[in-house]
Design a binder for this molecule. Structure first.
Ligand code: BGC
Length: 567
């Protein structure tokens, strides 16, 4: 892989565009109805062409698959349905050859109850090291301050194990017992897991459900100092041996608590920004920038080497844990009119259906994802506007096969359709005969091509991944406007959250004399003068303007040449 310099190489995650996928859902090479590593490897050229720079793989380890692989039964092997370890190594090598990094899951908090560790623990005598691998209790009364996360499925975080004659603690499903991080053996076991994958060349680890590692009576058992101590230790271990690797915290918390997972630059390199996500959906529905601006303004600054991971949708429900009760009611009312769309504290829908399949809205949401501070994470299939199936159980409706073509099984698999792990989407509006890669590759006006141009443009400007953020405050609240600055780059983003045309007057006095140049078309706009900058925007449209010093000297050409266009 060619890297311009060391600083860029170690901070690669700041300039990355991450693509999240499940190997099971991507491409099936051996016609058994499930995606696999050889299939994914065949599709690497598609991902390179899309322009993404890192793949985040959902769990692919041996597992009873009762929580789609987050119930791990062996941390150092590959689920036989997805291929072999040598298939994985080949995939990793091929991804690296194409300049694509690979981020895998590190599920620290819990295992499957089928994991040999749990099997030993439940049989071990109380007080022995094996028993101490998990969190056991004689009563189900401890840690009452901890909420139940999967509230549609579990009533308590304790389950009785007849074999052990004791209760065990689990923050998620009852078949996912929590490891006991008070045990030094658990830490050592996890360290070995980390070494196993990082030595092989994996570039980053997503730390699943990381706020819940420790529990303590009298607390809500989230974000405890003991948990942060584990992460500091993990970071030291990784930094000493694998300096260019990245740790990404999945901490579904308010901004202050999520930012704590950066430590003072000595815990995780990245953390998901959970609270901004539902507020982007609120802002576009309310046609008001307030929800987004409010949450981003109260987001603490992050240490220099750290970075937020931004996302619109992922493999889980659109979580509404980090919103107020009123906001949640609002979100349910406008985005989950069918009660089937609700699950736990969230909404199980993909991006396109949430946006009413409106191309302008989909583009606007992506433009925000790609221009706000942080690294964007795309959920597989959202680049072609895939639909969902809310009638499938759990969160399976957003985990259906990738739609490659109009062929049988959406080109995902040559298996008998009855053998597929799940049928592709056949909803008339999102049917795979219409919404699929092959058709969109042929049409340069498709969403897929639009996403390619968006990704390519973002990658040319480090200000998006690294720059500061300053909001403008035009009187028209339907307009969101902000400035990103990094080194010599200054980028102005103006977005119309409304479904109707809008105008705004922007205070650009600081940039007097500069020529805003629309970045997709390299089109110069009138220079900034003494008066407020007057701008009009069509429904749900947005502009990215370069305001760099150099732009001042440019003479506006009468019309942009084809060559100068971003595409
Ligand atoms: C993952 C979920 C999973 C849960 C339990 C979450 O954070 O994203 O998909 O069910 O952890 O492992």
């Amino acid at each position: 892989m060619v890297q311009p310099n060391r600083e860029v190489a170690t901070l690669w995650y700041k300039d990355a565009v991450i693509y999240e996928l499940h190997v099971r859902a991507f491409h099936d090479s051996n016609a058994d109805g499930l995606g696999d590593f050889p299939g994914l490897t065949e599709k690497l050229d598609y991902l390179r062409d899309l322009g993404i720079t890192a793949i985040w793989l959902l769990p692919f380890y041996p597992s009873p698959l009762k929580d789609d692989g987050y119930d791990i039964a062996d941390y150092a092997a590959i689920h036989s349905s997805y291929g072999t370890m040598s298939d994985f190594r080949r995939f990793l090598r091929e991804a690296h050859h194409r300049g694509i990094r690979v981020i895998t899951e590190l599920v620290l908090n819990h295992t499957s109850d089928q994991h040999p560790w749990f099997q030993r623990s439940r049989r071990a005598l109380p007080g022995t090291p094996w028993r101490d691998f998990y969190v056991w209790s004689d009563t189900a009364e401890r840690y009452q301050g901890a909420r139940v996360i999967f509230k549609d499925f579990e009533r308590s975080n304790w389950s009785w194990d007849p074999e052990a004659g004791a209760y065990y603690w689990h923050r998620f499903y009852g078949h996912q017992p929590d490891l006991n991080f008070n045990s030094p053996r658990v830490w050592r076991a996890m360290r070995q897991v980390v070494d196993f994958w990082l030595r092989m060349g994996v570039d980053g680890l997503r730390l699943d459900a990381v706020p819940y590692l420790h529990e303590r009576d009298g607390t809500n058992c989230e974000n405890l100092p003991e948990t942060h101590a584990v992460l500091k230790r993990l970071r030291q271990h990784v930094a000493a041996r694998y300096p260019d690797r990245m740790l990404l915290a999945e901490a579904n918390q308010w901004p202050e608590d999520a930012a704590a997972y950066f430590g003072s630059g000595d815990e995780c390199h990245m953390a998901f920004h959970f609270p901004v996500m539902p507020r982007m959906f609120m802002s576009i529905w309310m046609e008001d920038r307030y929800p987004m601006v409010e949450i981003l303004t109260r987001t603490p600054p992050v240490p220099d080497e750290c970075q937020w991971a931004m996302f619109l949708r992922n493999h889980d429900e659109l979580t509404l844990e980090m919103v107020t009760d009123e906001e949640r009611d609002y979100m349910y009312r406008v985005y989950a009119t069918d009660p089937e769309a609700r699950i736990n504290l969230g909404i199980r829908r993909r991006l396109a259906p949430l946006m009413g399949n409106n191309r302008r809205r989909i583009e606007l949401m992506n433009s925000l994802l790609f221009s706000l501070p942080g690294t964007p994470v795309i959920y597989y299939g959202d680049e072609i506007g895939m639909g969902d199936n809310i009638y499938l159980g759990d969160r399976n409706g957003v985990r259906t096969p990738m739609q490659w073509s109009a062929d049988r099984n959406a080109g995902f698999s040559r298996a008998n359709p009855q053998r597929l792990y799940q049928r592709p989407i056949v909803d008339p509006e999102y049917h795979y005969e219409t919404v699929q890669v092959e058709a969109q590759q042929r049409n340069q006006q498709s969403l897929l091509w639009w996403m390619k141009r968006l990704i390519a443009l973002r990658k040319r400007h480090q200000a998006f991944g690294r720059g500061s953020l300053d909001f403008l405050a035009p009187a028209n609240r339907r307009i969101l406007a902000f400035v990103r600055r990094y080194g010599a780059e200054t980028i102005l983003v103006v977005a119309n959250l409304s479904r109707y045309a809008q105008y705004a007057e922007l205070d650009l006095s600081e940039f007097r004399g500069r020529v805003p140049t629309e970045m997709f078309g390299a089109t110069p706009f009138p220079p900034v003068g003494d008066a407020p900058y007057f701008i009009t925007l069509g429904p749900h449209s947005f502009y990215w303007f370069a305001l760099s010093e150099a732009a001042t000297e440019q003479q506006p050409p009468s019309s942009p040449t084809r060559k100068s266009r971003a595409e």
